[in-house]
Design a protein around this ligand. Structure first.
Ligand SMILES: Cc1cc2nc3c(=O)[nH]c(=O)nc-3n(C[C@H](O)[C@H](O)[C@H](O)COP(=O)(O)OP(=O)(O)OC[C@H]3O[C@@H](n4cnc5c(N)ncnc54)[C@H](O)[C@@H]3O)c2cc1C
Length: 482
């Protein structure tokens, strides 16, 4: 095991992409096997030393940032134990980087279908946040691909469960039998919205126990190993970057496009395009909205696929001459880079403004999407704050990024955010569809579920982490553990 204490070296673990400042810890410990990880957790549990688990550090909610105690960093638990192309499964340690996983799978003609998030994220981080990606529209979030987890608790006990082993009910005390003891898990009884969500613990009546450990944000245990489901690489993929001269045209295109089973259906608004134009001046000046989508298909059906998308794009007045189309890996990579250039451009503005962005992760039921988008636009226009709106329009899940230039604008952005949260909750939405709650959105989760349900989450945590050392202040305030 490696232990790092040099402040200059460990300070990198005190940040992620949230902009949350002030993190600190006594040391960062990098276990190399299960025994070492258990020894660390047992000592921390006995001495009640807070432990924050760190993955790739690409999170955007401050969840891996420690405020005291120790950090367990997972980068040396990074073995790809097995890739089985017969059963289409892989067994992995948590520190495997997604980009490395995809490289290895690609050699065997396989892929990890949910393709969650940022390539530098670790598998453990994506399970712990139930991350999704651009292909979430077709393939759903990480949760749907987890078949088995081995989890190390702060008590030193290991839970090794497969999907289908145990089912639990809301409101019950579930007795989980381990080798030499029984853990009584208190299952909350709140109801989650029936949409894409990563807000708080996953709770449903008659749910698989495995699902409780997906999206727990490092609060219940250390994920030591996972079996994931794989898919075959699609035979062919086409990607489209389709520009529209009005946002309304882009949005009405999406309504029809949802029935076409694309892999992804993503949106950028007029302000996002203006920002991208700085680096990519060829983006047409009159474009006011963009839909990025990818379609998988078999070679024999290519002309039919092109035909039907072309007709749909023409019907909704897409700027056909100006749009980009890619059907080779090389071209597709260029479009992916263009898509990724937006978060980079946003980060550049943040640096220039020297003010953190205020970014949302709200999703609402499909039937309320138009109402929510109108609400965003009205409130943003009257705020006078610079902003971009982009994201997973296929799942009615937008990221509004407000880019304040002054302290006053920052405070105003937080107030506008609160209005968005209240509106979304009133429409049956979620305050986080993919990033999780971390240390920054406790209040939003309270608005969504109410304080009593946050207390139920705290009780659930206590039943698995009785010494209350893991991932403190993630999901709900640590004061609720008292
Ligand atoms: C440019 C950019 C784009 C992004 N796009 C998306 C997107 O499209 N969709 C999306 O969902 N997210 C997105 N994210 C957010 C981020 O990539 C995800 O939240 C990701 O899942 C974090 O993984 P990580 O390994 O970096 O975790 P970290 O940031 O290191 O940690 C996140 C959480 O996981 C916990 N954790 C990590 N490893 C373990 C483990 N082994 N056991 C238990 N808990 C653990 C940590 O304690 C923490 O609570 C994006 C981020 C960036 C910077």
């Amino acid at each position: 095991m490696i232990i790092k204490t040099d402040p200059d070296i460990i300070k990198g673990y005190f940040e992620d992409y949230s902009g949350l400042l002030g993190g600190y810890a006594d040391k960062v410990i990098l276990p190399e096997n299960e025994k070492e990880a258990r020894d660390i957790l047992l000592e921390a549990g006995a001495k009640k030393i807070p432990v924050t688990i760190s993955g790739g550090g690409t999170g955007v909610t401050g969840a891996r940032i420690p405020f005291g105690g120790w950090v367990i960093a997972t980068e040396r638990l990074n073995k790809i134990i097995e890739i089985n192309d017969k059963t289409l499964t892989a067994t992995l340690q948590p520190g495997v980087r997604l980009t490395e996983l995809e490289n290895e799978l690609s050699k065997k003609g396989l892929t990890y279908l949910p393709d969650p998030t940022e390539p530098n994220a670790f598998l453990g981080g994506t399970i712990s946040t139930n991350a999704s990606g651009a292909k979430g529209f077709k393939y759903g979030p990480t949760r749907d691909y987890i078949k088995r987890l081995k989890i190390l608790l702060s008590t030193g006990d290991t839970i090794d469960i497969k999907r289908g082993d145990y089912f639990i009910n809301t409101g019950e005390i579930f007795p989980l039998r381990l080798k030499d003891k029984e853990i009584k898990i208190k299952i909350p009884d709140y109801s989650m919205p029936e949409i894409k969500t990563a807000a708080g613990y996953y709770i449903k009546n008659h749910m698989d126990l495995l699902d409780l450990f997906i999206g727990h944000e490092g609060t219940l245990g250390l994920i030591l190993e996972a079996d994931i489901a794989l898919g075959k690489k699609p035979e062919e993929v086409m990607s489209f970057f389709s520009f529209f001269s009005s946002e309304d045209d882009a949005i009405s295109f999406v309504k029809d496009a949802k029935t076409y089973k694309a892999m992804s259906l993503e949106y950028m608004d007029a302000n996002s395009l203006s920002l991208l134009r700085i680096k990519y001046p060829n983006i047409p000046k009159y474009a006011k909205g963009l839909i990025y989508f990818e379609q998988d298909y078999k070679k024999e059906f290519e002309s039919g696929v092109v035909d039907s998308w072309t007709k749909l794009l023409e019907k909704h007045k897409a700027l056909m001459e100006d749009s980009y189309f890619a059907d080779s890996d090389k071209e597709r990579t260029k479009l992916k880079e263009l898509r990724h250039a937006l978060p980079d451009a946003v980060n550049e503005i943040v640096k220039k403004n020297k003010m953190p962005k205020v970014g949302t992760d709200i999703a609402v039921p499909d039937k309320c999407f138009k109402e929510m988008l109108k609400f965003y636009k009205e409130k943003l226009a009257s705020s006078g704050i610079d902003y971009v709106v982009f994201g997973h329009i296929g799942e009615s899940h937008m990221h509004v990024n407000m880019l304040p230039k002054t302290e006053e604008e920052f405070k105003k952005s937080r107030l506008v955010y609160m209005k968005f949260v209240k509106k979304a909750v009133s429409l049956g939405g979620t305050v986080s569809a993919e990033h999780g709650i971390g240390k920054l959105k406790h209040l939003f989760l309270e608005i969504m579920y109410g304080k009593d349900n946050l207390k139920q989450m705290a009780l659930l945590k206590k039943s698995l982490d009785p010494s209350c050392v893991l991932g403190l202040d993630n999901i709900f305030p640590k004061e609720l553990l008292k």
